[in-house]
Design a protein around this ligand. Structure first.
Ligand code: ADP
Ligand code: MG
Length: 261
């Protein structure tokens, strides 16, 4: 039997935006291969093409060169295999928490009885069982992002794309929630791609970190993140592991962070 294809594969992908002000080359010759169940972080400076890369994987954008494949098949448009979690939670303020959590299922025309049962189970597991019929404004930022996660997972995607999902939260909430999200995605055996400019978040959450260069984004380097402990530490514990600082410093140099001004 042939080996299973990668879950996500990019082959020499180029992406140029064409606008009124001319062309922007956002990504250039980007190739990567992500196996089923892998948790990969993609880091790079603002404007290097991280969100563009996720748009290509989700089928919202088509590459101007090269190919994007999911399970060995070229992406031709948005797919139910892919779930997306963004920095802004985009909850509808007039819908209850439960109604927000089933939104993706509703758009897909799924069985709403099943979707509500699944959303209720997810929200309860994430500590929001008491809030099913509340409105988003009654919840804290961290709770709202948990609703956004439940909405993403309610449609049962194989692949979860996370675009700086914690960037708008205060640092305490951010640490706690990133820990929970990583644990949940691992337990559910999702293939996860996290885009962030936060090196600590990448090293603590992902088993592999890919660094993109400045625009046009290219793959600059690819790092396996390994801990000596027999079992992979949770993201919070990983931050205290001796390996954390080593990886952090290596990636810091790779990113060439300069303070401008
Ligand atoms: P990142 O997420 O890493 O900050 P993006 O993928 O959002 O970067 O953007 C990469 C580059 O492409 C940036 O220079 C941005 O200004 C440009 N860009 C993004 N979206 C568009 C668009 N719709 N039209 C034109 N240029 C765009
Ligand atoms: Mg972005």
């Amino acid at each position: 039997m042939a080996a299973a294809p990668p879950k996500v594969e990019l082959r020499n992908v180029n992406l140029r935006y064409f606008g009124l002000e001319g062309e922007t080359e956002a990504l250039k010759d980007v190739s990567m291969s992500i196996t089923p169940g892998e948790f990969v972080a993609i880091i790079g400076q603002s404007g290097c093409g991280k969100s563009t890369l996720l748009s290509l994987i989700s089928g919202i954008l088509m590459p101007t060169g090269g190919a994007v494949l999911l399970d060995g098949r070229a992406v031709a448009g948005p797919s139910r295999k892919v779930g997306y979690m963004l920095q802004q939670d985009y909850l509808f303020e007039w819908r209850t928490i439960l109604e927000n959590a089933v939104l993706g299922a509703e758009i897909q025309g799924a069985d709403m009885g099943k979707a509500r049962a699944r959303a209720t189970a997810l929200l309860t597991r994430y500590g929001l069982g008491q809030f099913l019929h509340h409105l988003p404004r009654q919840l804290s930022g961290g709770m709202r992002q948990r609703v956004a996660l439940a909405r993403t997972l309610c449609t049962e995607p194989d692949i979860v794309l996370l675009d700086e999902p914690f960037a708008a939260l205060d640092s305490q909430t951010r640490l706690a929630l990133s820990d929970e999200v990583a644990v949940i995605l691992r337990r559910e055996k999702k293939t996860a791609i996290l885009v962030t400019h936060d090196i600590g978040e990448a090293v603590s959450m992902a088993e592999r970190v890919i660094v993109l260069s400045r625009r046009p984004g290219r793959v600059k380097s690819d790092h396996a993140i390994r801990f000596a402990a027999a079992e992979r530490p949770t993201p919070l514990a990983a931050r205290n592991a001796p390996e954390f600082n080593t990886y952090f410093n290596r990636l810091w140099q790779e990113l060439e962070v300069h303070v401008e001004g």
